[in-house]
Design a protein around this ligand. Structure first.
Ligand code: 1GP
Length: 250
């Protein structure tokens, strides 16, 4: 069943591409997370993702989610590191399988343990195929990913299509947080050309020009994290949001 948050995202997507602001509650605990979320919402971002690839406590996640929800009307969605990042204070969780991990835990086994918890907490699961593309950065290492090479377009297409055929409702192409450059445009184009579910792209997006390229290549959701941790809601963030607005409204 498609829940309320996903329905909201789908209706936004019907009007064009959207943007998610990723906040790491370890680096930006409660009040700072809320301040970033407020500024991101004012700049036109469409949802707040809470997560990071290193040890987040349920308490830290809970506090960040509570403060973000009190600060902004945007959906507050957990970008999970593991079952420890689940909290009832958020509305939804990206229920994502790391498609190219060698670790079965990240493909499905952790999900089997987490699913009853997700249900008990009343979190809305958003089913997503997560594919780590080189260089992958920390999530590629920690996630024991067999990285998809930056030229391996057919492999990326195969994974993405398999995710769609398995019933996942989003595919996320991830270059890794802090990647020197985002997922290559030809790969985004190649994956977009075979996919009918929304394509999320993140990792290394730092400028309006990069965002514009990814949007033109067919990315429907852009995720940025590092630029906000580094400079708050500064000019780079604003120029990325400007491109998203432009793609939505022409
Ligand atoms: C990480 O794709 C996201 O999972 C965001 O990446 O931190 O490089 O913006 P950045």
């Amino acid at each position: 069943m498609v829940g309320a948050v996903e329905q909201h995202l789908q209706s936004l997507l019907a009007g064009g591409p959207i943007h998610f602001t990723l906040i790491d509650p370890e680096k930006s605990p409660g009040p700072r997370a809320a301040a970033i979320a407020r500024a991101a919402a004012e700049a036109g971002s469409h949802a707040i993702l809470l997560g990071g690839s290193t040890g987040i406590s349920p308490e830290g996640m809970g506090e960040a989610a509570r403060q973000v929800r009190a600060a902004v009307p945007l959906p507050t969605i957990i970008f999970p590191e593991g079952p420890g990042s689940l909290t009832a204070e958020a509305q939804a969780v990206l229920f994502m399988s790391m498609l190219n991990s060698r670790n079965l835990g990240l493909v499905i086994r952790t999900h089997a343990r987490a699913a009853p918890v997700v249900r008990r907490l009343g979190l809305e699961p958003i089913p997503m195929g997560y594919l780590v593309v080189a260089p992958g950065m920390r999530v590629g290492e920690v996630g024991e990913a067999d990285l998809v090479g930056r030229e391996e377009f057919e492999q990326a297409q195969g994974y993405a299509l398999a995710a769609e055929m398995l019933g996942m409702r989003f595919v996320y192409l991830e270059a890794g947080s802090g990647a020197p450059s985002p997922v290559p445009l030809p790969m985004v184009r190649a994956v977009r050309s075979v996919l009918s579910i929304p394509l999320v792209v993140g990792g290394g997006i730092r400028s309006g020009a990069e965002a514009a390229g990814l949007l033109a290549a067919g990315a429907q959701v852009l995720v940025t994290g590092t630029i906000t941790e580094a400079e708050g809601i500064g000019p780079a963030f604003q120029s990325i949001l400007k491109e998203v607005r432009h793609a939505r409204h022409g």
